[in-house]
Write a protein that binds this ligand. Structure first.
Ligand code: SAH
Length: 223
């Protein structure tokens, strides 16, 4: 059904996602209206489907980005700190940064240098993106996302954009209490979203959600 939410412009795409109940929250809608997907998806940007961006990476479908934002939303407030693992095109990194401004910070981690560069260049295509890059609201780094990014930890919210083979402990350790981690996990050849909550007292709960299909979170390819 996802194709029904496609549009001829960014605004039409987002309005259609909202009309079909794939975006339910006004803040998420506003943030997605504020980021033109054409700056991040090289073709058919206003189609509600994933698109390849090279280097075996994919920009996820808009309804998946909306779903990730809505799940993490209680932890996305002005001033929040966020980690986006597998930032790829940079699209979601930018939407997350819109949700935590002013004063928030999103670190996008990517293990392939050309994708770090692509995320940076894509974000700099808009005035809003350039401002976020220049004022520290967004930073892209090259690193193995399975280890998180201890330098800016702890994080209110962590998003993982590739399917993990395990519940990587560094990511759980780098969550604030309270904080939330949204990540696809691969088990027995199937992938599901897990929402991992760290409560105020430090207790961790894992909730299994919908079945999904993401590219895997892997070792970096040899240069
Ligand atoms: N959120 C991105 C998703 C890109 S696809 C978007 O919608 O554009 C997943 C990304 O995870 C790829 O860019 C891939 O290079 C990256 N990735 C895979 N394993 C990784 C790892 N161990 N550390 C950091 N990034 C990784």
């Amino acid at each position: 059904m996802a194709w029904r939410s496609s549009g001829a412009s960014n605004e039409a795409l987002i309005e259609n996602l909202a009309r079909h109940g794939l975006i339910t929250n006004a803040r998420v809608k506003q943030a997605m209206l504020g980021v033109d997907r054409a700056h991040y998806a090289p073709y058919a940007p206003y189609q509600d489907s994933p698109q390849t961006i090279g280097y075996s990476a994919t920009i996820s479908a808009p309804h998946m980005h909306a779903s990730a934002c809505e799940s993490l939303l209680p932890y996305l407030n002005p001033g929040s700190k966020v980690l986006d693992v597998g930032s790829g095109s940079g699209y979601l990194t930018h939407v997350l940064a819109e949700l935590v401004k002013p004063g928030g910070k999103v670190i996008g981690i990517e293990h392939i240098q050309p994708l770090v560069d692509m995320g940076t260049q894509n974000t700099r295509k808009s005035a809003e993106g350039r401002e976020l890059m220049d004022n520290g609201g967004i930073r892209y780094v090259k690193a193995d996302g399975r280890l998180g990014w201890p330098e800016d930890a702890p994080y209110d919210a962590i998003h993982v954009g590739a399917a993990a083979a395990a519940f990587h402990q560094p990511l759980i350790d780098q969550l604030k209490a309270p904080g939330r981690l949204f990540m696809p996990v691969e088990e027995n050849y199937a992938q599901h979203i897990y929402v991992i909550d760290k409560k105020e007292d430090g207790t961790v709960t894992k909730t299994k959600d919908m079945g999904v299909q993401y590219v895997p979170l892997t070792d970096a390819p040899a240069d």
